[in-house]
Design a protein. Structure first.
Length: 211
């Protein structure tokens, strides 16, 4: 029995060592990898943009307009009816006032008080429109807007009311003359304009009386 017992004990010891040795090796390998990772941390490689894409300036190609060229929209700024009204206004409003023709409302009006979107939307209702005549004082401060109601205004009564309301809201006087007015209607308008401007502090009446 003694001869058998010692070989069995030896084999058991060898078996235990054989089981333990791979675990120790695996632990050593893992620690080696971890230390290597600590010593040389990995960094993500980011591809660099070619220098010519970074520093190349953008050159806008000139537009080719072909045979397009500027030309007059119409030979005269005012129609025959508008010219007749214009010269009557100049005759009866001078020398107290200056009369300008075909002035865009975008040069006369601005919008404030609402949000940016609201102001922009309200301004859009007037910015494309044009006043037939604008009356100014000698210092070119604006007094009134005069519209000539010819056949082009038929069926646009509601739009005309909104336009006049916008003019008055801006603190200006709004007048309308029928078709091509004679001297008498324009003379009456000039008298009303002088009187109303004097009441509003324009000082036109006092200047005229001093002359």
């Amino acid at each position: 029995m003694g001869a058998i017992k010692w070989p069995l004990i030896f084999m058991a010891i060898v078996g235990v060592l054989a089981v333990m040795m791979p675990k120790q090796r695996r632990g050593t390998r893992g620690r080696g990898k971890q230390s290597a990772c600590r010593q040389e941390p990995r960094t993500a490689s980011v591809p660099e943009a070619p220098p010519e894409l970074v520093f190349r300036s953008v050159v806008k190609k000139p537009m080719d307009y072909g045979n397009a060229r500027f030309c007059l929209k119409k030979p005269t700024l005012l129609s025959a009816r508008e010219q007749g009204c214009y010269w009557r206004l100049v005759e009866h409003l001078s020398p107290d006032f200056i009369v300008l023709a075909q002035v865009g409302f975008s040069q006369l009006l601005s919008v404030k008080g609402g949000t940016g979107e609201q102001n922009y939307a309200l301004f859009g209702t007037m910015r494309q429109k044009v006043a037939d005549f604008v009356v100014c004082r000698k210092d070119l401060s604006v007094v009134a807007v005069i519209e000539l109601d010819d056949s082009s205004h038929r069926g646009k009564e509601e739009q005309d009311k909104k336009r006049d309301a916008a003019v008055r809201q801006a603190g200006l006087l709004a007048f309308r003359l029928p078709n091509t007015p004679g001297n008498e209607p324009v003379k009456n308008l000039a008298d009303v304009l002088r009187r109303m401007d004097a009441q509003r502090g324009g000082g036109v009446a006092s200047v005229a009386s001093s002359q």
